[in-house]
Design a binder for this molecule. Structure first.
Ligand code: NAD
Length: 260
């Protein structure tokens, strides 16, 4: 379905981003993967996408907290593939703390990686998409782009911000064949969620089991975690021609959480 398309997926060495990169590859797109981690493991993932799906996969280690590295990554993707048709702004980090104790460096890092990175990457891909009259820009936001939870001030602010950014881009590009949307998972069992469990135990004075059942799954009426593969399937749909009129939206995939 996406044969001949080229995609960049930020934060795709793990979790949701990796599943999206694999999903786009399975649909026939060439992909640039990005993110941190063990180079041998990243190379195994990259080579696996190429051999399993018969597409090109390249890795770029740009730091999503740095605007100049993001612009250089998009330029490299355009040089490697000749274009970027699909941009997935997915890199993200989390930190959980009461606001009066929230470390300043954590605020700056979350705003940079979860919000400003989407601006830098979008800004860089738009000229080519406009020229070719086709593009898909999808940002992994969160249920926290729609509602708030205590102790996540930076994350909730950044995710609400990225939703506003995608809406604005959707309007600017509406007549250029380019759509811009957010996909908003509830809780997906990935390293990002596992890492916040000790912080939430501390902030709320709970055990690990209490955090999983009384905080995480309590939010989701289905009482199940969302899977990364479900997020990938939605992303592939948004890249299809069937989704050409779907723009400026924020699609929750949260087991009914934001229906509350
Ligand atoms: P994850 O920790 O498994 O993956 C995060 C990815 O981002 C990794 O590839 C990591 O290397 C990369 N990354 C982090 N900082 C980076 C930086 N400075 N530069 C480049 N890459 C960087 O997390 P995940 O759960 O897969 O999260 C992916 C996205 O989904 C994030 O935007 C997150 O906020 C969002 N999200 C996750 C959940 C969830 O429950 N897991 C829920 C809602 C939204």
């Amino acid at each position: 379905m996406l044969k001949g398309k080229a995609a960049v997926v930020t934060g795709s060495t793990s979790g949701i981003g990796l599943a999206i990169a694999r999903g786009l590859g399975a649909a026939g797109a060439d992909v640039m993967i990005n993110g941190f981690g063990e180079l041998a493991e990243i190379e195994a993932e990259r080579a696996g996408i190429e051999s399993e799906y018969g597409v090109r996969a390249v890795y770029n280690g740009a730091d999503m907290s740095k605007g100049d590295e993001i612009a250089a990554m998009i330029a490299t993707a355009e040089a490697e593939f000749g274009k970027v048709d699909i941009l997935i702004n997915n890199a993200g980090i989390q930190f959980v703390s009461p606001i009066e104790e929230f470390p300043l460096a954590k605020w700056d890092a979350i705003i940079a990686i979860n919000l400003s990175a989407a601006f830098h990457a979008t800004r860089a891909v738009v000229p080519g998409m406009k020229a070719r009259k086709w593009g898909r820009i999808i940002s992994t936001a969160s249920a926290h782009s729609i509602i708030a939870s205590p102790y996540k001030s930076a994350y909730v602010a950044a995710k609400h911000g990225v939703n506003g950014l995608m809406k604005t881009v959707a309007l600017e590009l509406a007549t250029h064949g380019v759509t811009a949307n957010c996909i908003s998972p509830g809780y997906v069992w990935t390293p990002l969620v596992e890492k916040q469990i000790p912080e939430t135990m501390k902030a709320r004075g709970m055990t690990k089991e209490q955090v999983i059942h009384d905080v995480l799954l309590e939010a989701q009426p289905t009482k199940q975690f969302v899977t990364s593969e479900q997020m990938a399937a939605l992303t592939v749909f948004l890249c299809s021609d069937a989704a050409a009129q779907l723009t400026g939206t924020n699609i929750p995939v949260d087991g009914g959480w934001t229906a509350h």
